[in-house]
Design a protein around this ligand. Structure first.
Ligand code: PFF
Length: 450
């Protein structure tokens, strides 16, 4: 019985609810932590322009491709590929679910650090601009054997609590509450940052492109970032698409999700970059550690800094939560659809497994720092294999499959049931068949040789 099945799997209750949940998946550490420092390291405005082009050209096309595949099958990516494109494509879905699981296992480690930092800001432990003290605090935290694992565990439990509630009353409800909170916090922090003395220079760096700084690496970084930020190639969007009712017009919703994700990345840039300039730092300072090493100094130097510090790390934790929820949901949906496990059992089982895998990731910053595989720590290895190989590979295969194998059927399915394909569908298929595979194939090669 189709109706009963839908009831058990769950569906998004409202259009807004779906948009908030999918935007919750897309908006995460990638937007608020990664995007500003990548922009800082890659020349500012020019990176922003290239990033936007990547989002418009193949980010948007792939978000639609993943959502429509999910909706066509109303199943986990593994079954969706099998039923819509044929048995031989189901490993693509399997790869995506596995990637989601592995990414989640180290995503919760970094998310755990953000929880710890909320406490540090609140207690005044970061009330200094001394960079040695700040890096000692950070290194003590991530290198300690127990504390970060407990934070990762707490974060995992929070995700499980949302996912166990189900699609409508768990994920959708939490996202509808948390996304507006995140937006308000972010806007408040942007207002604070751009009114700091010296902030104008940061805005100029961010918005005035200097294309002389663009290299091949800039392009690779921009494509990879666009992908990660839109939660592509990791089963999340296919899974969320499988809960969209058939009468919805999909491109409009996809457009809203992509716009929100991009808006939040740009706002994060408007918060972090001016604040760094105002504090007399250069935009590339701190690299990937910028958030944890540099921003507390920025907060300390501004009036009411601790309050902004607490707000900022709470913002990061909330953003990370709704993203990690989508990764966990991809795994839970797979266990539910393929093995008939109950939602509760699937959630608890996969959360325990996830947490066990998070332990060596966390320890790789301390006790296990010396244990290297292919010259990388456990954390770096998982990050590299998923972000640089599995993710682009999954995206590439999805584009090929949806462009060539599913083709016009996919175009038709973008529209509400019973209506014809959108007029621009031929252009969309052209992107999926040629533009995306070539672009993504190129990242993949860069990742492998780089
Ligand atoms: N898009 C999230 C971010 O920008 O942080 C990360 C992410 C979430 C990637 C969910 C993939 C995914 F399936």
């Amino acid at each position: 019985d189709d109706g009963l099945m839908t009831q058990q799997r769950g569906q998004w209750g409202t259009r807004l609810g779906f948009i908030m949940a999918a935007a919750g998946s897309a908006v995460g550490l990638g937007n608020i932590w990664k995007f500003p420092y990548m922009t800082g390291e890659n020349g500012g405005g020019a990176f922003l322009v290239i990033y936007m082009v990547c989002i418009v050209v193949f980010g948007f096309s792939l978000v639609m491709a993943e959502l429509v595949l999910g909706r066509m099958a109303q199943k986990t990516p593994v079954a969706a590929f099998r039923e819509i494109a044929g048995r031989r494509w189901s490993p693509v879905g399997g790869l995506a679910v596995l990637t989601a699981f592995v990414i989640d296992s180290f995503y919760v480690v970094v998310a755990g650090w953000t929880l710890a930092y909320i406490g540090f800001e609140a207690s005044g432990a970061l009330a200094t601009t001394n960079s040695e003290t700040l890096s000692a605090t950070f290194n003590d935290l991530i290198g300690s054997p127990i504390q970060p694992i407990l934070y990762a565990g707490a974060f995992t439990i929070a995700c499980a609590a949302v996912v166990i509630g189900g699609v409508g009353s768990g994920i959708e409800r939490a996202s509808k509450l948390l996304m507006p909170v995140l937006f308000v916090l972010l806007v408040a922090l942007v207002v604070r940052a751009v009114t700091l003395p010296g902030a104008a220079e940061g805005l100029e760096f961010f918005f005035v492109p200097d294309f002389s700084k663009v290299t091949g690496e800039t392009l690779t970084a921009a494509i990879g970032q666009a992908f990660f930020s839109l939660s592509l190639g990791m089963a999340a969007m296919v899974t969320y698409g499988s809960y969209i009712p058939r009468e919805r017009n999909l491109p409009a919703d996809a457009f809203a999700v992509v716009s929100l994700d991009t808006l939040i990345a740009v706002l994060a840039g408007c918060m972090v970059l001016p604040a760094m300039f105002a504090a007399g730092l250069s935009p590339g300072d701190g690299g990937a550690g910028a958030t944890f090493l540099v921003l507390p100094a920025v907060f300390d130097a501004m009036p009411g800094g601790a309050l902004f510090g607490v707000a900022f790390f709470s913002l990061l934790a909330v953003a990370a939560l709704t993203s990690a929820v989508s990764l966990l949901e991809a795994v839970v949906c797979y266990l539910f659809d393929e093995y008939g496990l109950s939602r509760a059992k699937a959630t608890i089982g996969s959360s325990v497994a996830l947490f066990l895998l998070a332990i060596p990731s966390s320890l790789s910053f301390g006790l296990l720092a010396g244990a290297k595989l292919f010259g990388m720590s456990f954390f770096d290895l998982l990050d590299y294999v998923t972000s640089s190989i599995a993710l682009p590979l999954g995206g590439l295969l999805t584009a090929l499959c949806m462009g060539w194998v599913v083709g016009p059927r996919a175009a038709q399915a973008l529209s509400p049931a019973g209506r014809s394909a959108p007029r621009w569908a031929a252009f969309w298929l052209f992107v999926l068949r040629f533009v995306a595979p070539l672009g993504i194939g190129w990242i993949l090669v860069q990742g492998l040789i780089g």
